[in-house]
Design a binder for this molecule. Structure first.
Ligand SMILES: NC(=O)c1ccc[n+]([C@@H]2O[C@H](COP(=O)([O-])OP(=O)(O)OC[C@H]3O[C@@H](n4cnc5c(N)ncnc54)[C@H](OP(=O)(O)O)[C@@H]3O)[C@@H](O)[C@H]2O)c1
Length: 319
């Protein structure tokens, strides 16, 4: 893969660019333009999911860039995710085929179990995310190991080049590691200086699982229902982050993204603003000193911006 920017070799043997573009919470037109801008800026890793409702747009933008001769299919790393209602092993392939159909691709580079918590087949995203006192009636309790075996079959079939998980804690990962044929290559979780999760970082490093940081900029536009409800400081305005950014002549966002690369972690900042998409990728010409990484490390306050209170009654709630 002719990737721009630093890459990691996954346990699957495949190469993944560490910096990717997130696509959650954008309109169709925004996603198409964002993905095309990102590819022009050098990104070769795009993150989407069934539940973002934009796989078709991501696929269209990629197709257009391939048609322009900007890159080949094998030059771009595409991640999508198994929605919560498809954990039953017999449903996994169905979900995968629908996702790659919408993307218009023959395979995805990475397929993730989006969440450990699962819901009954047929439950709509609207029902899953609608605040409701009796949400529990929609919960399912499929063992992750059973879902994982179906994920492994997707690799055998060539539909997914690598497989992984998202929002799993280390006990849930350990269980998969003990019972798998193919190791989870990636765990995608919320990660930033306010939620440093050093134990999880160490666990994943030890087990050769690459961590990908979502909401790396502090998810300033997260939906209210995803927020913790407590007063939440704005990560990009943190005085230490601002001071470090000033020192390097960079923006807070650039420092927050560089923090992950310097920690050996992947990051997938979302933006639909061309200047931000470009600036977020323009972080290859500096790295943070040990001292600055350590001072960012001291900001940890175990603050989870996204999903801290979602599905807490589910038996697989990971946090
Ligand atoms: N696996 C999961 O459960 C999960 C959960 C959440 C997110 N994700 C993935 O991770 C991606 C990123 O996370 P996220 O979307 O929650 O949040 P994020 O990347 O932390 O923040 C995105 C927000 O920051 C703004 N922004 C981007 N670059 C900026 C810059 N340089 N300066 C100032 N503001 C900037 C964006 O605005 P504009 O777009 O208006 O520029 C957008 O509102 C998602 O899009 C999705 O792909 C995965």
């Amino acid at each position: 893969m002719a990737a721009a920017g630093p890459t990691a070799v996954l346990s699957s043997g495949k190469t993944m660019p560490l910096l990717g573009l997130g696509t959650w919470q954008s309109t169709s037109e925004q996603v198409i333009n964002a993905v095309k801008t990102a590819i022009d800026a050098g990104y070769r890793h795009i993150d989407t999911a069934w539940v973002y409702g934009n796989e078709k747009d991501v696929g269209q933008a990629i197709k257009e860039k391939i048609a322009e001769g900007k890159m080949k299919r094998e030059d771009v790393f595409v991640t999508t995710k198994l929605f919560y209602t498809f954990h039953r092993p017999e449903r996994v392939r169905e979900a995968m085929l629908k996702s790659i159909g919408r993307l218009g691709l023959d395979y995805v580079d990475l397929y993730l179990i989006h969440n450990p918590q699962c819901f009954k087949y047929g439950t709509s995203p609207a029902e899953v995310f609608k605040p409701s006192a009796d949400l529990e009636r929609l919960f399912d309790d499929v063992d992750h190991v059973d879902t994982w075996k179906a994920m492994e079959s997707l690799v055998d079939e060539g539909l997914a080049k690598s497989i992984g998980v998202s929002n799993f804690n280390s006990q849930q990962l350990e269980r998969l590691l003990q019972n798998c044929r193919i190791k989870p290559a990636v765990n995608q979780v919320e990660l930033h200086p306010y939620l440093a999760q050093q134990d999880l970082v160490d666990f994943c490093k030890k087990n050769n699982i690459l961590l990908t940081a979502f909401s790396a900029l502090g998810a300033p536009a997260r939906p209210k229902s995803f927020a913790s409800g407590e007063e939440e400081p704005v990560l990009m305005e943190d005085p230490s982050v601002v001071a470090i950014a000033k020192k390097y002549g960079k923006s807070s966002a650039q420092v927050l993204l560089r923090y992950h690369l310097d920690r050996g972690v992947s990051a997938i900042p979302k933006s639909v603003t061309p200047s931000r998409i470009q600036a977020n990728f323009d972080i290859m010409n500096f790295s943070l000193s040990k001292e600055d990484l350590a001072s960012l490390g001291q900001l940890d306050r175990k603050l989870r911006y996204v999903g801290a209170n979602l599905f807490v009654k589910h038996k697989f709630f990971p946090f």
